[in-house]
Unconditional design. Structure first.
Length: 321
């Protein structure tokens, strides 16, 4: 048996001329969260649909808890949950009826269905709305109900395809805390998202996919180090002293400092040596009595990572629909 709850090797899928997946590899250790990050059309939903047995791959293989998703699809379906981009909720049914209906699909005994539905309505703050038709729910409530539905049968492996797209900031934070609780309970989770902060917040490992290929993977910290690590920044107002200041701090890094003549901002990639480099910079600049403002170090954001990998910010890509 494998240590990985989810294992994917060289997955390929085309739709006519469109190569949606061009050889994806993934491994998700049991009880961890993989964040699959990518812009519109990257292939996220296609990968999730294959992993959840809704679509057959052209080539490659995917295994969930040791079960091949093509050859043992029926067994895979019993141990997974999916909350997808197109919600599986039936509008005419109430929230409670939706959850009980899912339980019956999984052949849970009737009283068990009733108990699960009541528990999940309470946990997802849907008790008050539980007995009205799902079509009257707000977007955030419908998302919570959809996530609740994916949990009725207590799946060991859960797939969430863009769980917070379209939610307001408060609902997103609420959803994050629900997801964290699930993972604390031992569920293995594969989560797709277009939001860098969401991957940063929730994922143990992140893979970035673009045009059907994995273009980077690692922890959030590892991805940030790939773009040169922390940045030391400060401003020298006096133009006559700027070049000297840049030359002095260049001793702190293998990278060259960037000098912005208009603003006087000097920035330097300093790897993981954040606080040491900061102390050293203060010392050497002070020695030559160079006056600086706003001396600080910061970690790159995942947006910086995305930019350096793809040449676009994630927002540009999201807007270029
Ligand atoms: N059933 C289909 N028929 C034809 N083309 C498809 C089909 N499903 C997906 N595609 C194409 O495959 C590519 C990948 O789509 P996919 O839905 O996997 O992307 P995604 O990363 O989930 O994007 P989004 O962030 O918009 O949800 C796109 O070019 C899409 O148009
Ligand atoms: Mg999608």
């Amino acid at each position: 048996m494998t240590e990985s709850a989810i294992l994917v090797e060289q997955l390929h899928k085309s739709f006519g001329p469109v190569e949606a997946l061009r050889g994806i590899d993934l491994a998700v250790p049991r009880g961890t969260v993989l964040g699959v990050l990518g812009p519109n059309g990257a292939g996220k939903t296609t990968a999730v649909r294959i992993l959840t047995t809704l679509l057959r791959p052209d080539r490659g293989r995917a295994v969930i808890e040791g079960l091949d998703v093509v050859r043992r699809a029926a067994e895979v379906r019993k141990i997974i949950g999916l909350a997808g981009q197109s919600a599986a909720i039936q509008d005419e049914l109430t929230g409670r009826e939706n959850l009980e209906f899912v339980g019956r699909l999984y052949h849970l005994p009737r009283d068990r269905c009733r108990r699960r539905a009541a528990d999940l309505l309470a946990r997802f703050e849907l008790v008050d709305a539980g007995d009205r038709a799902a079509k009257t729910y707000s977007g955030g409530m419908a998302r919570r109900l959809d996530l609740a539905a994916s949990l009725v049968a207590e799946p060991a492996v859960l797939f969430l395809d863009e769980p917070t797209t379209g939610l307001d900031p408060r609902s997103r934070i609420g959803m994050w805390s629900l997801i964290r609780d699930l993972v604390a309970g031992g569920t293995t989770l594969l989560l797709t998202t277009q939001y860098l902060d969401e991957a940063d917040e929730l994922a143990d490992q992140i893979v970035v996919i673009d045009h059907g290929r994995v273009i980077a993977s690692g922890t959030s910290d590892q991805l940030k180090d790939q773009v040169g690590g922390d940045v030391l920044e400060f401003t020298v107002a006096d133009p006559a002293r700027r070049i000297r200041a840049a030359a002095l701090v260049s001793a702190l890094s293998d990278h060259d400092p960037q000098v912005d003549e208009a603003s006087g901002l000097i920035s330097l990639r300093i790897g993981r040596r954040g606080s040491d480099a900061l102390v050293e910079a203060v010392r050497i600049l002070d020695q030559e009595q160079i006056e600086v403002q706003g001396l600080a170090t910061h970690r790159p954001s995942l947006d910086d990572v995305f930019m350096s990998l793809t040449g676009h910010s994630a927002e540009d890509l999201a807007e270029a629909r």
